[in-house]
Write a protein that binds this ligand. Structure first.
Ligand SMILES: *[C@@H]1O[C@H](CO)[C@@H](O)[C@H](O)[C@H]1NC(C)=O
Ligand SMILES: *[C@@H]1O[C@H](CO)[C@@H](O)[C@H](O)[C@H]1NC(C)=O
Length: 184
């Protein structure tokens, strides 16, 4: 076989390889298949992907690391929000008594969410996974209760925080399913 004959046989194969490489590179599904699987279970796929990939461990993470990441994200969010609410209350930015009461309800809600998520994190440290979904559900209900406190009020002050905490808890619930065998 001459060199040039050999090339003419190889070139279609090479073109195909180049094409496949391009197709793979432009395929914008998350690099970690578990993330795709988890996020498909949530109501906000791109919020879920963006949140999980905000942690540099995510591309290589197994389900255990993803459990720590997701609970950590929800915990930090709840903790930060709780401090934000305390500031709003102590700054006395609202002179409306009803508003103060709503904020106080939210403060209790977020304190409850922080406790539930701290417990979930401790569970993970002792390799306990069966309570994760319940505890994340508890934190999500707290955010939802805070949201309910401002029902009917135009532009409620904590709407984005409540929405994001519910979204982060939903990710925790989806991750929890990996441990119970409900998600394949
Ligand atoms: C919770 O938030 C406060 C204020 O933002 C911060 O000082 C504290 O370190 C946080 N706790 C944890 C465990 O991250
Ligand atoms: C509360 O007041 C402090 C000091 O005036 C200010 O820096 C902070 O941003 C305020 N916090 C909120 C949540 O309004």
């Amino acid at each position: 076989m001459t060199i040039s004959r050999c090339f003419s046989l190889l070139s279609p194969l090479l073109s195909l390889l180049v094409l496949l490489t391009i197709v793979r590179a432009t395929d914008n599904k998350p690099a970690n298949n578990l993330v795709d699987k988890i996020c498909k279970q949530t109501s906000g796929y791109s919020f879920c992907v963006t949140s999980l990939y905000s942690d540099s461990r995510t591309p290589e993470a197994d389900q255990y690391t993803l459990a720590f990441i997701s609970v950590g994200l929800a915990y930090i969010h709840a903790n930060t929000s709780q401090h934000h609410i305390s500031e709003l209350l102590s700054n006395g930015s609202s002179h409306d008594h009803a508003d103060q009461q709503r904020l106080q309800r939210c403060s209790r809600d977020y304190s409850n969410a922080v406790s539930a998520l701290a417990m979930a994190y401790n569970d993970l440290n002792s390799e306990t996974f069966f309570e994760l979904a319940d505890l994340a559900g508890e934190a999500a209900r707290s955010a939802s209760d805070c949201q309910a406190a401002f029902k009917g009020i135009p532009s409620p002050p904590l709407a984005n925080r409540n929405h994001d905490l519910m979204g982060l808890c939903e990710i925790c619930v989806a991750v929890a399913k990996l441990f119970t065998g409900l998600l394949f």
